[in-house]
Design a protein around this ligand. Sequence first.
Ligand SMILES: [Mn+2]
Length: 432
Amino acid sequence: MRGIVSKVRYERGRCSCKVIDGKKEYSFYSKESLPQGSAVVVEGEEKEEPTCVIVLSGKEADEVHQEVKRNMAETLKIPEKPVLKNDEISIRLWPGIKKVATELLCAKKLGRNFILHFHGDADGIAGALALTNVFRCKAHQQNSAVYSVRDAFRDIGLAEQEGRPLVVLLDFGSNDASLEGLELLKAAGTEVIIIDHHPPGKNKDILNSCTISPDASKYTAGYLACEIAICCGVDRDEGEKLAKIACAGDKSDLLGSDSGDVEKAMVLDYLAAHISFGNNLDFYRKVMANEKLFSSIVMQAKESIAEAADRAMQQMKIIENGVKIVTFQLDNIVKKGEWPPASKITTCVFERLSKDEGIVCIGYTERSLIMRLNDLAAVKLSVNELAKEILQTMPDFTEGGGGHVKAGAIRVKIGFVKDVLGELIRKIKEKN
Ligand SMILES: [Mn+2]
């Protein structure tokens, strides 16, 4: 038979092995050790000790892997359609979701121990919590949005013992800046799965077919991971609960997250900003399950937002022009990757302002402008439209942006925030 070594144990000087071909499995003792995850040809498997075991490499090994996966895929029970959201886009994403679920389930059956890097925010963490409910893996929090060359070398080292290493990136990694690291992984024979919802870079070819990265960013990476986890056996309610937190964290209205989900997402964001590396998933689980600890963290997180908002309001500038345009600088108040983030401070200031007139609230750092509008201002303005117009008229000053009618942001190149702010104010005045 041809198959994959899915289990290797040492018992009394002998090596106890299990080989799977996707339909049946065969256990035997071998005098020589076999690398877990390797592709082998076993001769004489009807006997207690096989006559011969040959370890395959290169193309032959790849063929056996594909064959075993095909056989296994036929036996998997995966739902017919997405469970959490059944609309046009989720149905378009379904083949990708199913493919990743199949890959991960096959990896599990083959005893492959994958490495999971999840982005250190509520979206990434909620997705990782869902996946690690069904998979045992080495999980690492990643607070940078880039999979770097350094990350690649570390993973190559970590996976050295694995017959066929597998790395999963969750909520980051599909951008161009990650390509160099990914290319290294590939060269070292590592398979990569990317579950993301950030715009994929220009050079998509290197990202293999196992990448899901919808251009519709409200189908968040955590949501996708929860659909995948449900395919793989996670309870529907548990998956939905985590997906709603993931969406709340990325301000996506996809699943109708409520204020409880927003609060849970805030706690995850708060924890992640303070604990920046390693595997903290068990700790996060404990906090979410401990009511007392959870509510005291909610309080602390809100307090530090309120304090930051106090400071921001001291230097607030107001322009009256049909609507009230409120601007404040956040550079000295926020530090990248730390709590509280600029978006939360801006929202807090916005909520404190009177609502009897149209209000546009703009908090800015050297890298971004965050905008919030109230209903009265939204009669004539849309944050998303303003952002899109600025991107069009100032392509050399900006890096991206968008949002909804009442909330969103523009990312700017360092050194240009004042120019972009000026243009933004001009456009707002023009429309009123
Ligand atoms: Mn995300």
